[in-house]
Design a binder for this molecule. Structure first.
Ligand code: NIG
Ligand code: FE
Length: 412
């Protein structure tokens, strides 16, 4: 199988060297080739260059991309795409005036989704999730992270892990897997918070590790959920099984989860709708990438992550969808990209860097995804005709996709 894409108006995010992260001021630069070609064999990017230097390549499939752009598929480093049912009733309750936290306190929220998931068969859960996965792929996502966290029992968390693993085996998208047993304290442990943390540490983590499916471990470090002390215990328990932290921090309150994440060498700290100088200083001292989730801010009507403060401090930033039934029921990276520009005040170049190479970094796959580089995986978006890459976030919510190439295959 070989594909040649010719006459590309802009080939976007081209790196001759295998760059794996872009930070601070460097995020303002988006390397492009004007009037270019790219050549793919099987699942790999083999060659690219300018049309003026093009010497005939014999390819099985030739795509004429006159007027169109080609860029790497989106890398969505934070999703909860495996869930059962929906929470539309809570959406309506919020419109009528209840807050996300008030709904959670009444037994709604994550516990509501956990109840539904526990009562859903593994096959049904797989089918519901597969539909969502195929939908996000059709919207341009080529690599994504998926978390557990709606199980909250050993059985249901393992069921989620097996479903995510099956998606990973059967899908052409690259999937990275995170254990999020510490997503909420289940009803059975009401007023026995500490005992649920014991249960995570002594039961869920070791049993999950036996399956050897998850690579990362996450904790919802937030008031009413898990404290910094709980988070530290859970990360230490995960470390015994080489689980690398990726954390939910600072969504509603600043508890110190950012510094804890950096101290534990977290790959990423995500949300950060609330942020202070200590958090920025902590991030400057480590290798942990901050991740903004603008679709969640939009849907919950909460502050947007102060991206400018992070980038202007010289830090890297990724953006992701947070696709989940409660705070962001959309896996649309295009929407996140537009919100990054419109609400986080990021330039289109910064936003595309955040949604490609830095998104790949935030799930540990930027050596193979997130840029047009020889040897990287052939996950590409061919756009409809447009003047330049700035037009992608500009046309928020409009379809901009002409073709999707995933793992070297053209999506039909
Ligand atoms: O990232 N904040 C915690 N977890 C999810 C929401 C989960 C839910 O409401 O179901 C989030 O926003
Ligand atoms: Fe989340």
């Amino acid at each position: 199988m070989s594909i040649l894409i010719k006459n590309i108006k802009q080939l976007v995010q081209v790196h001759h060297n295998n760059v794996t992260i872009v930070k601070g001021d460097d995020m303002k630069t988006l390397p492009i080739l004007e009037d270019a070609y790219v050549y793919i064999e099987n699942d790999t990017i083999i060659e690219y260059g300018l049309m003026k230097d093009y010497a005939t390549i014999d390819a099985k499939t030739v795509i004429d991309a006159t007027g169109k752009l080609v860029l790497p598929s989106w890398c969505d480093s934070h999703t909860h795409l495996v869930y059962a049912g929906h929470r539309i009733n809570e959406f309506v309750d919020r419109i009528k005036g209840l807050s996300y936290n008030e709904i959670a306190k009444r037994g709604g929220g994550i516990l509501n989704s956990a109840k539904t998931l526990q009562a859903t068969s593994e096959d049904d859960l797989y089918q519901q999730s597969l539909e969502r996965l195929n939908h996000v792929i059709s919207m341009g996502t080529g690599a994504l992270e998926i978390k557990t966290g709606y199980g909250l029992t050993v059985d249901a968390e393992l069921k989620m892990l097996r479903v995510i693993d099956r998606l990973k085996q059967e899908s052409k998208a690259n999937i990275q897997i995170t254990l999020l047993a510490a997503h909420a304290v289940p009803e059975d442990y009401k007023n026995k918070h500490e005992e649920y943390v014991d249960y995570i540490v002594n039961n869920i983590i070791p049993k999950a590790a036996e399956l050897n499916i998850a690579r990362y471990i996450d904790v919802f470090c937030e008031e009413g959920y898990f404290s910094v002390k709980d988070t530290e215990r859970i990360l230490n328990a995960g470390a015994k099984f080489q689980l690398i932290p990726k954390l939910h921090v600072n969504q509603f309150n600043i508890l110190g989860g950012v510094a804890l994440g950096v101290a534990h060498n977290a790959l990423s700290v995500d949300h950060l709708e609330e942020l202070n100088n200590d958090d920025i200083e902590a991030l400057k001292c480590g290798n942990t990438i901050p991740v903004a989730l603008p679709n969640c801010s939009y849907f919950l009507n909460i502050p947007y992550t102060p991206a400018r403060q992070l980038i202007d401090a010289g830090l890297p930033l990724a953006i992701a969808t947070d696709y989940n039934p409660g705070s962001a029921p959309s896996g649309n990276m295009h929407l996140a990209l537009s919100a990054a520009c419109i609400k986080l005040n990021m330039t289109p170049a910064e936003a595309i860097n955040a949604a490609t190479i830095n998104g790949a970094y935030a799930m540990g796959v930027s050596n193979m995804y997130g840029s047009i580089t020889r040897g990287k995986k052939a996950n590409l978006i061919v756009t409809t005709p447009m003047p330049g890459y700035e037009a992608i976030p500009y046309h928020f919510g409009n379809n901009y996709i002409d073709e999707i190439i995933i793992n070297g295959d053209i999506l039909t």
